[in-house]
Design a protein. Structure first.
Length: 189
């Protein structure tokens, strides 16, 4: 299988990762699955035991990275490391915690696109094709509401704290339970 059809999926939800992986395999991709930054780097650098022998150590042309991973490193750290490993890799960030702040950071760190969940294989594959950008995108006249601005500030602070809810609440000057309720209401599933 050619390197450009090799896809790395970094996702800590095992069931979702397997489903997404099978869907891409049906489209002709060879798929490598990782659950963290360390396991992804082990696969790409060839020291990993995850995945099969055929793909281990080969640089994927594509990557799908979940923004919020369990553990110490966020998906943004994965994007930075993958881009440093291969600047030509097309990286799509997939998240249930979408915000403008994290989208901007993902693009600055090397992602070619940023998608909010729920997104399917068609959406992700289309995002790989839109890596160059489109200057013809229609601009809207919709202004941001107070709720949207609050939501953006919450997510920006969450990203800065590594998704630590207690520290985010402290920095925003609100009670932890209040922040947790706001996150439950707005969570994209």
């Amino acid at each position: 299988m050619e390197t450009e059809r090799l896809l790395l999926i970094i996702e800590d939800d095992a069931a979702f990762a397997r489903t997404l992986g099978r869907s891409f395999e049906r489209r002709g991709y060879a798929v490598m699955l990782a659950t963290s930054l360390d396991s992804a780097l082990a696969l790409v650098e060839g020291d990993g035991h995850e995945g099969n022998e055929e793909t281990s150590g080969r640089t994927p042309g594509y990557a799908v990275v979940d923004l919020k991973l369990n553990g110490e490193a966020s998906g943004l750290a994965c994007v930075r490391a993958l881009h440093a490993h291969d600047p030509d890799m097309l990286i799509v960030v997939l998240t249930g915690f979408a915000s403008i702040a994290t989208a901007v950071e993902a693009i600055k760190l090397g992602a070619c696109y940023y998608l909010a969940k729920p997104s399917n294989t068609d959406d992700i594959e289309a995002a790989f094709g839109r890596a160059a950008g489109n200057a013809e995108v229609e601009l809207t006249n919709r202004s941001s509401s107070i709720k949207t601005l609050e939501w953006e500030r919450i997510h920006e602070t969450l990203a800065q704290t590594g998704f630590n809810i207690s520290e985010t609440a402290r920095r925003l000057g609100m009670h932890r339970r209040t922040l947790a309720r706001k996150l439950e209401k707005q969570q994209v599933k």
